[in-house]
Ligand binder design. Structure first.
Ligand SMILES: [Ca+2]
Length: 267
């Protein structure tokens, strides 16, 4: 419990930097991804009054991810631990059906800010021919971004990559090449679960998940759509997770600009 303390004016947590975003370097000077250190956040009263403690914690958790979640659970704040991470239902993917299937996450409350980054995780994602499948994310304002589009089907010709998927596959701008990962394993072997960049149908070229939704407001219905456009091989997901990360301007309202002063490194 020593790592977390919350009052109306400050919040002290031990944070672990999950990934390196150059635009956030001033928040974590000299702190590489994977390192952890205690930090004190000065909360500005209007934000606390508007969002409540759980909302503030949710906002911070969206930026600092798993280490914060662990601390919140340790502190017995299980409800707050779930704030800001949005989960959607799974589904079986209809075989050979271009219309596909959708799952909607209704986001409200603690994400009323401009977006700077979006991360999507497909949980329990299993299928025996990844080249059959496309997946898209649609934001509340109607922007559609392809997460992956029939990997291995170059220029939209052929059956695509014959690899399987089985596990948690996360799509983010900091990930690896999904098409290359699929190509690197044998026919019917499993593409390693992990974090991958997004790409459109017909090409392995990376696209930007963050750029697609940057500046939009997170509130509203987010839709995951998946379709399987070749008969024979089938699959499903057991659920999905949407992580929306606010623009630096939103976190600046929490006083993060001054968080470095007065910190103590107890390690
Ligand atoms: Ca199929």
């Amino acid at each position: 419990m020593s790592g977390l303390g919350v009052t109306s004016r400050s919040l002290r947590v031990e944070i672990e930097r999950q990934s390196f975003h150059a635009q956030h370097e001033d928040w974590f000077p000299g702190m590489a991804a994977g390192l952890s250190a205690p930090r004190r956040f000065r909360l500005r009263r209007p934000i606390v009054e508007q969002l409540g403690e759980s909302g503030v914690l949710g906002l911070l958790k969206e930026e600092f991810t798993m280490k914060i979640a662990a601390l919140l659970v340790v502190a017995g704040l299980a409800a707050a631990a779930n704030a800001g991470v949005h989960t959607g239902a799974g589904f079986a993917i209809p075989d050979g059906d271009a219309a596909g299937i959708t799952s909607v996450i209704a986001v409200a409350g603690d994400t009323d800010f401009p977006i700077t980054s979006v991360v999507v995780s497909l949980q329990g994602f299993a299928h025996t021919w990844i080249g059959d499948l496309s997946g898209t994310l649609t934001s509340p304002n109607g922007t559609v971004h392809t997460l992956f589009g029939r990997p291995g089907r170059v220029a939209n010709v052929g059956f695509g990559d014959s690899s399987n998927v089985d596990g948690i596959y996360t799509f983010a701008d900091t990930g690896a090449d999904f098409w290359a990962a699929a190509a690197s394993v044998a026919d019917a072997a499993v593409v390693p679960a992990g974090t991958y960049r997004t790409s459109s149908e017909g090409s392995a070229a990376f696209t930007s998940l963050d750029a697609a939704f940057a500046g939009q407001n997170g509130n509203g219905n987010w839709t995951l759509t998946m379709n399987d456009r070749a008969f024979g091989d089938t699959g499903a997901i057991t659920g999905w997770e949407l992580r929306i990360i606010p623009a630096p301007g939103a976190l600046a309202l929490l006083g993060l600009g001054g968080l470095v002063a007065g910190r103590r490194n107890r390690r």
